[in-house]
Design a protein around this ligand. Structure first.
Ligand code: ATP
Length: 289
């Protein structure tokens, strides 16, 4: 497990990170969410050791990370930094070799990744000849080719079309399933909602929410319900203690007094459905930041 504890960092007088703590668990995809400038990239750079913290620790498998025991990170930076003139396959293989991977493994890993990322047909093209979305896939291959212990990806899904998102997702899930902790930032909440096991939300340099997707949903669920009956549901507003949030013919969304509403509904006729309303990640995000 990768453990971040009490990380702080300032730039001049500006405190950008204030006691940031969270875990990235092996075998799980952890989404790192926050508004622009909330401190995601700064946190990732400190985790990677390319930027110093002014307080706090990063630990890997229970031991504080230092120059001697840094795990092998696969990093996809926000500023994509590959060579535009170099051919795709040569570039990925070369990056693997830079990480100390032997020639044969480097070639094999490169070809497997290009296949998984549906780039085999572009392997001999220069990077600059590819569309931006395909260049993005090459960046992902570059982060993964040396079989890193931990994956840290800054906005890996930005600029990808929905099919490309699925392709990249499959590749990342495969790594997570093999036991690699995967931390990635994203502004695309719908994607995070669908694919993340764990979610960390940062706001103005502080952790605003943190936990498994289900834990967060349950924690922020409140006392909200949806009922669908046969006839008009307007009577729900007369049930004592109830606050109506939405009313649309036979459907009502309301807060509080669920048992009273259900009883009153059954007295009147058939109940088509009655469910607690679980908040979306989008709603949780807006609530906590
Ligand atoms: N090298 C630096 N010098 C001064 N300020 C910096 C530096 N790096 C980051 N900052 C400031 O730290 C804050 C957090 O920036 P950071 O890049 O970590 O945010 P982010 O959450 O990754 O944002 P985005 O979603 O826009 O990528 C911002 O106010 C930024 O201006």
């Amino acid at each position: 497990m990768l453990t971040v504890r009490g990380i702080s960092r300032s730039f001049g007088d500006h405190k950008v990170l204030d006691e940031v703590s969270f875990d990235v668990r092996p075998g799980r995809m952890t989404g790192f969410l926050g508004a622009n400038g909330s401190g995601k990239t700064t946190t990732m750079r400190i985790v990677l050791g390319v930027l110093a913290a002014h307080g706090g620790t990063v630990s890997w498998k229970g031991t504080e990370v230092g120059p001697d025991n840094r795990p092998d990170f696969g990093y996809m930076p926000e500023e994509r930094g590959l060579y535009p003139k170099m051919k795709v396959r040569d570039q990925i293989t070369w990056l693997a070799r830079l990480h100390g991977v032997d020639r044969e493994t480097a070639r094999r890993n490169t070809d497997e990744l290009l296949e998984d990322l549906e780039l085999t047909g572009r392997a001999g093209d220069r990077l600059e000849e590819l569309s931006l979305g395909n260049q993005q896939r090459v960046q992902i291959a570059a982060a993964l080719v040396h079989e890193p212990d931990v994956l840290i990806l800054d906005e890996p899904f930005s600029g990808l079309d929905p099919l490309a998102v699925e392709t990249v997702l499959d590749v990342l899930r495969k790594r997570a399933a093999a036991g690699v902790p995967v931390l990635f930032s994203s502004h695309q909440l719908a994607i995070v909602e669908r694919l993340c096991d764990d979610v960390v939300i940062i706001s103005k340099g502080r952790i605003a929410a943190n936990g498994s997707r289900e834990e967060l949903r349950a924690k922020h669920a409140g006392d909200r319900y949806e009922i669908v009956v046969e006839q008009d549901a307007g009577w729900v507003r007369d049930v004592p203690g109830v606050t109506i949030l939405e009313l649309d013919g036979p459907r009502a969304v309301f807060e509080a007094a669920p048992q009273q509403v259900l009883r009153a509904a059954l007295d009147r006729g058939e109940v088509r459905s009655f469910t607690p309303v679980v908040p979306t990640l989008d709603e949780i995000f807006k609530e906590v930041i």
